[in-house]
Design a protein around this ligand. Structure first.
Ligand SMILES: [Zn+2]
Length: 432
């Protein structure tokens, strides 16, 4: 009846294909999760929400002068298209995008040593580039398969691609000065589904412990660690919950479209805003299964949540990294509404491959699920059996500030309307 790492590993193997929003892989994963939950005796709800997504049709990068060379690249979603034949222009290396490096005039292909945050993005739009080439900061990584949050479009668009650290180094050192970029992509609206199942509590049915993991991957990437692994842990916890009598209600949420900016969990907190009061605690699983790795926890809630987990880890003989912070994942929209969220994940090692094609089954094994599974199960059992949850349902001021910064400055997806705050998951990107 206790957590079985081999079952979790089997689930990962059944989810090891790209599961990007709006693709067949996403549907296939949804079917697998739904049928597995039904097998465990759950009634399953598939809760629809609308979301913008994209498909990269062509991404090419070629140096033209003073030599010709094709360079490996990946297109960045929601950054628009070049003409079919691409754009050819002078290549200008602008390092971190600081003003010292800005070129005179417009229409360059800008080569950056970094990835692009919202602040830098707004600056780059002022330079009216022909295209932007952004570089992986870690030399270990293949080009990321990512997108800009679609709300950034209100600041302008420009076709953007990602290249490796080594490619950028070569271009800078060899004095590449003219290049061509082709980026063709289709952006479209689709319907995605959060998958919800529940086991009612026998003593405190109106108090919900929500366990969640996102089942989507980034574009065209298997996403074995991120997050077939977390989905697998959650399915195994679903099996355990189905077999025990719990005092509190256990709700399982498999969120969609996390990689596009937490769209599934944002939709959920909006669609369920009238019953959020019942949700006492969230436990989120994102990035799991690496054979060689470290069990890590981020407590987004009262300070004593962190000490509780530290004490529990010690009791279990697990050396977990425990932080009191926020995580860029599905627990954060709940914390934003005042619900404490505990994020359990696997860090170090192959985690460096997140969002690249190297995040596949090669580095996953049952041993990777052992410690996180044990910690998760022990923690959840305590929470569902406890006569009283040992932490307050509140978010400290310093954490609230980080959450605000995350949504406003980093993702740039929060719109302020009067006193309230509304998320733009509802698709107004042209009006936003
Ligand atoms: Zn993830």
């Amino acid at each position: 009846m206790s957590f079985d790492p081999y079952r979790a590993y089997e689930h990962v193997k059944n989810l090891a294909y790209p599961r990007f929003t709006g693709t067949e892989g996403e549907q296939k994963a949804r079917k697998y999760i739904v049928s597995t939950l039904k097998k465990y005796g759950y009634e399953v709800r598939e809760e629809a929400f609308e979301v913008y997504t994209y498909e990269i049709e062509k991404a090419e990068f070629e140096v033209i002068e003073p030599f010709r060379e094709k360079v490996e690249c990946a297109g960045v979603g929601f950054t628009g298209c070049t003409p079919e034949e691409g754009v050819e222009a002078d290549l200008k290396y602008i390092e971190d995008g600081g003003r010292r490096f800005w070129p005179r005039g417009e229409g360059h292909i800008l080569l950056l040593a970094t990835s692009v945050n919202l602040e830098l993005y707004k600056d780059l739009m002022k330079l009216k580039p022909a295209a932007i080439v952004s570089t992986e900061e870690s030399p270990a990584r293949k080009p990321s398969h990512v997108e800009i949050p679609y709300e950034w479009k209100r600041h302008g668009t420009c076709p953007m691609i990602k290249i490796t650290y080594d490619a950028c180094f070569r271009l800078v050192r060899s004095g590449a000065k003219r290049a061509r970029v082709v980026l063709l992509q289709r952006e479209f609206k689709t319907t995605s589904y959060n998958i919800i199942a529940e086991k009612a509590g026998s003593k405190y049915p109106d108090e919900i412990i929500l366990l969640c993991a996102h089942y989507d991957s980034v574009y065209g990437v298997v996403g074995a660690l991120d997050n077939a692994g977390g989905t697998a842990i959650l399915l195994e916890l679903a099996r355990i919950s189905s077999e025990i009598d719990t005092k509190r209600t256990v709700r399982l949420a498999f969120f969609a479209a996390e990689e596009l900016g937490l769209r599934g969990s944002l939709a959920y907190t909006e669609q369920h805003k009238d019953e959020l009061e019942k949700i006492k605690l969230v436990v989120n699983f994102d990035v799991h299964g690496a054979s060689i790795g470290k069990t890590s926890v981020i407590a987004t809630g009262p300070e004593n949540m962190k000490s509780y987990i530290e004490a529990l880890s010690k009791e279990l003989g697990i050396r977990a990294n425990v932080a009191h912070d926020i995580m860029s994942s599905d627990g954060t929209p709940f914390a934003d509404k005042g619900v404490p969220a505990l994020n359990i994940f696997r860090s170090t090692g192959r985690g460096v491959y997140a969002h690249t094609v190297d995040d596949d089954l090669r580095y996953i094994g049952p041993e990777g699920f052992l410690a996180p599974g044990l910690l998760a199960e022990s923690f959840i059992r305590r929470m569902v059996f406890a006569e009283e949850i040992p932490f307050k349902r509140e978010i400290p001021e310093n954490i609230k500030k980080k959450i605000d910064e995350y949504f406003e400055k980093r993702l740039g997806i929060r719109e302020k309307k009067g006193v309230g705050k509304t998320y733009l998951y509802t698709l107004d990107y042209n009006k936003g």
